[in-house]
Write a protein that binds this ligand. Structure first.
Ligand SMILES: [Zn+2]
Length: 418
């Protein structure tokens, strides 16, 4: 009886997946061939429920996987579909577990149910990347329902109900909070390393930049989980000289235009991108500019609004996904829900720091087809390019001319800092 039900769920989930899939198997194959990593569709998990908007409380737990794949010797990372928000379950080869964020409060029970469906009873490392509702809201449910080892949070506070409730829940359970900051090493057992690369400063204007950024390395494979870190934090990570290169990049801030700067993307050089984002969210996530960049670099994108829960499995050499990549369609702003505490997209892309926000493939040429982007090597030997209209453009001597930002970056030039 139960088996039948699960089977039916699985079949319908497969149908949803095949309907929602935006690439044909051939396309997917062609894509993955260039990445030299295979997408294994056999491990599909029946988690793909239509994405729920965040305003609706979730009473029903998420569908359980029809079969829990064995994790022995494998690193399994689940990007749980929590609508607009983040929640990422990491199951290390050692059996240790980490949960990074838990979505909005209404998603708490879904997150707990998903974790249990993976036969996990204890979260060894719980990370609240930053104190925004769409990341910590569901955390009290997780803390109250499961065993918890260490809790990490950045030294940032806010006066929201979600934040107060999280602190109370942590206290009631007798847990203490360790500070999430760059350099912290997380214990996920042998054979795997997990290290925080951000936050690098003690104060930020924007809570998003307090986001704990975690790099997980297992054998030859690596994952970079960025929370809602924005360009300021990205610049700090670049400046600190960390090895940012990762096979899978959890795109920052739900694909917002304020994250995933070109310089950062070029340093990470991901083979795959994952975006945790709700369908028809109020913020227009993921942003057009972010999707343009990912498309330009032909990075397959897995997104929870199209794929549901995304499960990436590493055997230390190869990473496989339970679903096919989604498409590069940006979010629209027609959504009617608004419970996330992320920054509303009222500012325009024009107000962002220039340079980082040009589209890599955008062509700057004069009427004779000559490139207009100036490549300058300054007195320190730094190779910096300037696009027409930036404050230094007219004062800059061009050693090289480029037609696109991508061309300039390929030649080793970077955008100006500010
Ligand atoms: Zn967020």
């Amino acid at each position: 009886m139960l088996k039948k039900k699960l089977l039916a769920l699985f079949v319908s989930a497969m149908m949803v997946l095949s309907l929602a899939g935006c690439t044909t198997p051939q396309n997917a194959q062609a894509k993955t061939q260039t990445q030299a990593v295979q997408v294994n569709q056999k491990t599909q998990v029946a988690q793909a429920k239509p994405v729920q908007t965040q305003s609706k409380p979730v009473t029903k737990p998420a569908a359980k996987p029809a079969a829990t794949p064995a994790t022995t010797g494998k690193l399994v990372i689940s990007f749980i579909d929590v609508g607009q928000g983040d929640s990422i379950l990491v199951q290390a080869p050692s059996g240790k577990t980490m949960l990074v964020d838990a979505g909005v409060p209404e998603m708490g029970s879904r997150v707990v149910s998903y974790i249990r469906s993976r036969n996990v009873k204890k979260i060894d490392v719980l990370v609240a990347t930053h104190p925004h509702n769409d990341h910590i809201g569901g955390m009290p449910d997780v803390i109250n329902s499961l065993g918890i080892g260490s809790v990490y949070m950045p030294k940032a506070s806010t006066n929201t109900y979600s934040f107060e409730k999280l602190l109370t829940t942590i206290k009631h359970k007798g847990l203490t909070v360790k500070t999430a900051k760059a350099g912290v090493v997380l214990d996920l057992g042998s054979g795997i390393t997990a290290k925080m690369l951000a936050p690098n400063s003690t104060y930020y204007d924007d809570l998003n930049n307090y986001s704990a950024v975690i790099k997980i390395t297992y054998g030859k494979t690596s994952f970079l989980l960025t929370g809602d870190a924005e360009v300021q934090s990205e610049q700090e990570m670049l400046k600190a000289g960390y090895d940012l290169k990762a096979d899978v990049l959890k795109i920052g801030h739900h694909g917002s235009a304020y994250s995933t700067s070109l310089a950062f993307l070029n340093a990470v050089k991901p083979k795959y991108a994952v975006i945790s984002v709700g369908k028809n969210n109020d913020y227009g996530h993921p942003a057009q500019v972010t999707m343009n960049r990912l498309k330009y670099y032909k990075i397959p994108v897995y997104r929870t609004d199209e794929n549901g829960t995304i499960v990436a499995t590493s055997d230390s050499k190869t990473i496989t996904f339970n679903v096919k990549p989604g498409d590069y369609t940006p979010g629209n702003k027609s959504g009617s829900t608004n419970t996330s505490s992320s920054k509303p997209s009222t500012s325009t892309v024009q107000s962002l720091p220039y340079g980082y926000y040009g589209e890599p493939g955008k062509v700057y040429v004069d009427s004779s087809g000559r490139g207009l982007i100036k490549g300058n090597i300054n007195s320190k030997g730094e190779k910096i390019y300037h696009i027409p209209g930036d404050p230094w453009y007219d004062r800059t001597k061009a050693e090289r001319w480029f037609k696109t930002e991508a061309e300039a970056q390929a030649a080793g030039f970077r955008p100006p800092k500010k």
